[in-house]
Structure formats: C-alpha cells, structure tokens
Ligand binder design. Structure first.
Ligand code: SF4
Length: 285
C-alpha cells in the first residue's frame, strides 16, 4: 500500500504566525494570557496551548484581565474596544490576509458601496470582517437567494478567505446584474486555493483519501467535500485514533491531505499508522 501526500501540508503561513505570536506572548507574560476564541480551528493544538498556559475564552465576562490574543480569524472592532475598556491588553495575531479582507470591506463602506461578504455568516472570520465594514453590510452564503435582492447603485464585494474559487465566481456572476458599478476584491487565500487544487488532483488518482484537520475547520471540511466530489472514498479525521484499518482493505493507493490548521506532528502520526496497516489489518510492513 502506497501513501501519497499533497505537497502543501501542515500549518499555513497565517496559522504558523498566530501560534508563534501566542508562544512568544506566554513566554514574556507576567499576567494571564488568553485567546479570543480558539486561536485556530484545531482542538489538539488548542489543547497543547492550554497546557502551556494560554486559555481560550469565548466571553470576557468575569475573566481576570491579562493579555488577549486576537486569533488568525480576527475579531470585530467592537469586541476589541470592549476588551480594552475592561483592562485587557490586546495582542494582534490576525492573519495578514484576513486583515486585508477587513481593510477592503472598511474602505468599500467608506466609499459608499453596498458591501457584500461572500461566506459563512457564523464563521468568526466573517463576523470580524462584518464588524470592520459598516451598517447594512450583507453576508451572502449558500442559502441566500440572490435573485431576490434589490438593485444597488454601487456594490463592493469581498469574500471569506477560504471560500472555494468556483463559489466566488458563481456568486459574483449572479450579483453583476444587480448594480451599475461592481467592485470586487479578490480576498481568497492562495494557500487555500492551492490545497484545494492539489487535493482534487490527488483524489482522482488514489483509492481512498484521508483528510486531516479539525471537524470545526471550514477549509478542512471543504477539502473533504472536494475529494468526495472527485468520486473518491474519503474520511475526514482529526487524529490517528480515528483511523479504521478496514478503510484500507484491498486498497493500494492512499491519498493524504490536510487543512491549513493541521500541525505536522498529527499528519506524521497518521501517515505512520496507515503505513503500519497491511490489507486492512493492523500489521507492520
Ligand atoms: S488559510 Fe490563508 S487566510 Fe487563513 S490563516 Fe492561513 S494564510 Fe491566513
């Protein structure tokens, strides 16, 4: 049984940067250190950081002020202002590509565009971008009926960084007839696009695909969907403990890919375990 991996594996630049900032912060801190929500969408990494003293909090209520790290997904300005008012010192670990999307949304709003964010309404990144744009900004997700939207004078569009390219193009083409002037900022993350392309390509050439990453990670879930769309039997897992030897029975080619918030050590453990199987039984090669 051969195991093939996509070339772009492990943390992306933005996630690596956020983790490094969190680790530097705890090293130097003399006060409690928190992240505002999980720093990335990977429960195993969040747990490891917790063990090092970095607690993930969802609300500031009743929390002793200390250093508050803004995660890679960002946060709305109102949340940052509230934290500072309560005496927290804010540490910026927002991915620069997410920051770019926030800045574009803010600029569009100032220039009197009706701002549209294409993405998942409940995703923290989208909430953060929404907070940086102004009143009347609208999020368009898979269930929005675009045809029913009214016409606008000026439309300004940004997207969640992990949105699939096809979805971006599809929504923009539907929005085009809605306004005389449409300004689109391409806020998609190149790293995510490449992972999606490489995953789809690999899924075409293997018998089974293993997609590694948090079940709460939108970009990892999307990789699993893409692999399935290629007709490949696909399993989305978080750690080697989720593997089942029977998935590999009579399979000769196994593909492995991972989301942008999956650490190398989890990938290595999984690949090692898969390689220890033979014919679906847990045998050493
Ligand atoms: S996937 Fe892209 S946008 Fe998201 S954190 Fe990584 S580099 Fe930044």
């Amino acid at each position: 049984m051969k195991v093939f991996q996509t070339s772009d594996k492990g943390f992306c630049f933005g996630v690596r940067r956020s983790i490094d900032i969190a680790l530097e912060t705890i090293k130097a801190a003399k006060v409690p250190v928190y992240t505002y929500g999980p720093i990335i969408h990977n429960p195993q990494v969040v747990k490891k950081l917790e063990e090092q003293g970095i607690a993930s909090i969802e609300s500031l209520e009743g929390v002793k002020p200390g250093k508050l790290i803004l995660r890679s997904h960002g946060a709305p300005p109102s949340a940052i202002r509230e934290a500072e008012k309560l005496g927290f010192s804010v540490v910026d670990a927002v991915c620069p590509f997410v920051r770019r999307a926030q800045n574009h949304a803010k600029k569009l709003y100032k220039e009197k565009y009706k701002v549209i964010i294409i993405g998942e309404q409940e995703h923290p990144e989208v909430k953060g971008i929404l907070g940086h744009a102004g009143m009347g900004t609208q999020v368009i997700n898979h269930s929005t009926s675009i045809e029913e939207l009214p016409d606008f004078k000026k439309l300004g569009i940004v997207a969640q960084t992990t949105l699939p390219v096809q979805r971006f193009v599809e929504v923009i083409s539907k929005l085009l007839p809605k306004a005389e002037e449409v300004l689109v900022y391409n806020t998609l993350c190149k790293n995510v696009i490449l992972r999606q392309q490489h995953t789809a390509k690999l899924a075409k050439s293997v018998d089974v695909m293993i997609v590694i990453g948090g079940k709460n990670s939108a970009n990892t879930r999307r990789l699993a969907e893409l692999a399935k769309q290629e007709g490949c039997k696909t399993h989305h897992i978080e750690t080697y403990k989720d593997l089942e030897p029977n998935w590999f029975k009579d399979k000769s080619r196994v593909g492995v890919t991972s989301g942008a918030s999956t650490p190398d050590w989890i990938i290595e453990e999984i690949v090692k375990t898969i390689k220890s199987y033979r014919g679906g039984r847990n045998e050493k090669r």
